[in-house]
Design a protein around this ligand. Sequence first.
Ligand code: IVH
Length: 684
Amino acid sequence: MSEPAAQKIEKLREEIRRHEHLYYVLDTPEISDAQFDALMNELKRLEADHPELVTPDSPTQRVGGKPAEGFRKASHSRPMLSLDNAYSAEELADWDRRVHELAGNLPVEYAAELKLDGLSVALTYAPASDGGARLLMGLTRGDGATGEDVTTNIRTIRSVPISIHADHLQKARLPQGQGFEVRGEAVMPEAAFERLNEERERQGLPPAVNPRNAAAGTLRTLEPGIVAARGLVFYGYFLLTSGEYWPQGQTATLDALTALGFRVNPHRGRVRTVDEMIKFIEKAEADRATLGYEIDGVVFKVDAYATQRRLGYTGRAPRWAIAYKFSAQQAITRLEDIMITVGRSGKLTPTAMLTPVFVGGVTVSRATLHNADFIERLGLLIGDSVKVERGGDVIPKVVEVVQDAAHPRGTHKFHFPKNCPACGNAVVREEGEADYRCVNADCPAKLRETLLHFGHREVMNIEGLGEAAVQQLLDRGLVHSVADLYSLTEEQLVDLERFAEKSARTLLNEIERSRKAGLARVLMGLGIRFVGERTAELLAQEFGSIDAIMAAGAEELERVEEVGPRISEAILDFFSRPANRTLVESLKNAGVDMTAEKKQRSDKLAGLTFVLTGTLPTLTRVEAKQRIESAGAKVSGSVSKKTSYVVAGEEAGSKLDKAHELKIPVLDEPGLLQMLEDPSTAQK
Ligand code: IVH
């Protein structure tokens, strides 16, 4: 082994871990993103030169193997309980009285924390040979007794340390050589939630309803790369160690977690009386709108563990803690009008236009009404007083019509338009669908949305093609499809309002540059339903050109990872329409590049099926899978009689037992590498 390289790599890893902690846990970066990327790239390069030195705890290995077929269930070391709730000062006072009665002469002070609206997870750390600790397993709460093993996904959350240095254990006063468990909440910040929903909208998918659901869905995603991109954040609030080394209370635990390198929510304190609890609650309610993540209340915990032990548990919750739940934030205002917008797919969406009202820290003047049925169900009249609510959902909604003497009924019924408000064509509601759609291919509203989507930063990335520019291009009749963008001239643009020569030239340059954006982005730009960034990327890699994709049948399309019948059907439907084929042709004629580098494949090992289990010494799960697949073989998640080989690494589990049982040949990593090198050794 090359000693200097090993040292260099370890030093670099330490450095990167330190910066990850500064950035993702403490929010106090010392270097720029570019400098951080440079360090990471340097490490990747060194590791590529020395694959034998790659270890699972390297910062490059956050995105690793993939749980191919759902998640394994695993038992919690101790049950994950829930909390009893209080909704008023009286209920808090009752609880406080009970605590004092039961505590007798033991001290009663409370640790106060925010109740984060995410999902609780349990992280197990195992002692490592260097005196530190390594993340072993991450479990969801599940039913409290057993959870799902989502380790591969948890590893991608940057505020979760995958490796903890011996010094940090010492600082936290945890003994070396022993495992421990950290519990806490995984939350999706509001900004990440909005990004997710923009992406879903581009894919023609319904939006996620709230950050908690989105976080839960994300942790159960089978693609760690996607989880990594979603930006979940983990806050620790619980530490389980073996008996005598317990910190002496909740406040001490949160300090210990901080010392270990975990993110601990900074909005915490200690209170003694109900009055102080109320003050803490009021402060939390005031901070709520600007936190950047959702909370649904405040948690009070008896601080001293000795007192907690005396109080004990009821069936499902500790007696020593209580969750004060915020009531949903509601306000009454007036429905002034209902506005209809037409989306890229032609869908008509009604939006309530409200007299502006302050709800939960923000001014609300619009709320979603979903569709015609929803309006019908509420029995809404224009001019009605309505109750609007901001709950766990970021998007405010109208929950009911208010009817009493102070709020007389509104004046007139809203008639859902029979014609598209943008083009006047009759709208269509298909059997079994909740939405009305404008099916006119030339509808200007659809064209407007299509152009905006096409130019979006994450699609063709045409800077300057914003709402104002698009509107003017449409008003002047300069574009009738996205392909027309490529024949715009400087003279046409300077003629537009607020278009100086310089911005005209910039826009033209941007359009010009977008010709080289590549197949994946063009695919996204076409706006095929369900085809978002990742699917477009995979299709581009697999087929290499738009012609190949247009020529493919369902079976070929579904050979692409993540493409199932629903997506293949949408693709086939899209290209079966003459207007769409013409559009592709025009883009091609305009010189838009519709090719991509095709992933190299061979058929050296065609017909074979491999199953991977355990940790391989140098290859990550993803790398091993890619190599096997590019040799033409399949990788499956479970062992059956059809399995050709099982590739087993360290800590291989039940799949290896199954292989022995079914007498399926087992390879180690060198065996696999040799077979990839020399396929003649394989028995087909
Ligand atoms: S302590 C045995 N602290 O609320 C008590 N829970 O309603 C364990 N939660 O399942 C929970 N923020 O998912 C605790 N600061 C906090 C919390 C918190 C959010 C969640 C957690 C738990 C649920 C109980």
